[in-house]
Design a protein around this ligand. Structure first.
Ligand SMILES: [Zn+2]
Length: 269
């Protein structure tokens, strides 16, 4: 296939991906709640303006919608500091992490998330944060088994991700991308139904191209993306939402794919 054919093919795939994915989650969650009209205070809005670059770029109407979605998330979910104090501002940063990736889509209330747990720092696989615990390299996690329905985040790393500066890493967005990926039952980088679909070839081709660059050390996408396809999706998506300008200049094709998937052209015209 020539490169134009491949481009058309891959865009067709992404269109289908988005369509089937949302058809699926809406069918699966008829109880997906309506967006209630919950207002935010001026000081909360000022905090978001200072810290959340995505919010800052929105029009006034879009900001209003963003605020409502954040307040609905906070009204519906429990956010708990396990070994750390959690301020109202930090709770807003958690909610923003959930709102940003799906902002261009009809309101989605994350029915498969009940609680977000915050820790005082990075943790190990037993959720230990103290200095004696050895390998504490986990910044965030989506709960499995008895932790199902929970998202775990390191509070300082979440706060760093939303300090008003561009980065290529954002632990909050990263974990909520996994939750979105998991909505079909498996965290695998693409909804399960589509993996069998022949169109998946285009996305896998894009992953493989980027993976080769990362392996050759020719990419600023962090090597954690090489773990598996789910991590690839989460790592490139957090980069995309945290610093779209940089991704567009360094990875124009990947940027194009992600812009289409997350419908960013509808927001930032
Ligand atoms: Zn991950």
């Amino acid at each position: 296939m020539d490169s134009l054919g491949l481009t058309v093919f891959s865009f067709a795939f992404w269109g289908l991906f988005v369509y089937l994915f949302f058809k699926y989650i809406y069918k699966r969650n008829p109880s997906n709640r309506k967006l209630r009209n919950l207002a935010m205070t001026n000081s909360q809005k000022a905090m978001m303006t200072r810290r959340i670059r995505f919010y800052n770029k929105l029009s006034d109407d879009q900001k209003n919608e963003f605020e409502k979605r954040v307040m609905n998330f906070l009204a519906d979910k429990t956010i708990t500091g396990v070994d750390t104090e959690v301020s109202e501002d930090v709770k807003i940063l958690v909610a923003a992490s959930a709102v940003i990736p799906l902002f261009t889509f009809p309101y989605y209330s994350y029915p498969n998330v009940s609680e977000v747990l915050l820790y005082s720092g990075s943790f190990n696989d037993r959720f230990e944060t103290d200095m004696k615990s050895g390998n504490r390299n986990i910044l965030g996690m989506v709960g499995e088994g008895f932790m199902n329905g929970k998202v775990v985040l390191s509070r300082p790393d979440l706060e760093r991700a939303f300090d008003g500066m561009p980065h290529t890493q954002n632990v909050g967005i990263h974990e909520f991308i996994h939750i979105i990926d998991k909505a079909d039952g498996a965290i695998d980088g693409i909804p399960e139904a589509l993996i069998e679909h022949s169109y998946a070839v285009a996305w896998i081709g894009e992953i493989e191209k980027e993976v080769k660059k990362i392996e050759r050390g020719k990419s600023d996408i962090r090597p954690y993306a090489l773990t598996n396809r789910a991590e690839f999706l989460a790592v490139v998506s957090e980069y995309f939402f945290d610093n779209p300008e940089k991704m567009q200049s360094k990875h124009p094709e990947l940027y194009e794919h992600l812009s289409n998937v997350f419908r960013q052209k509808q927001v930032f015209k």
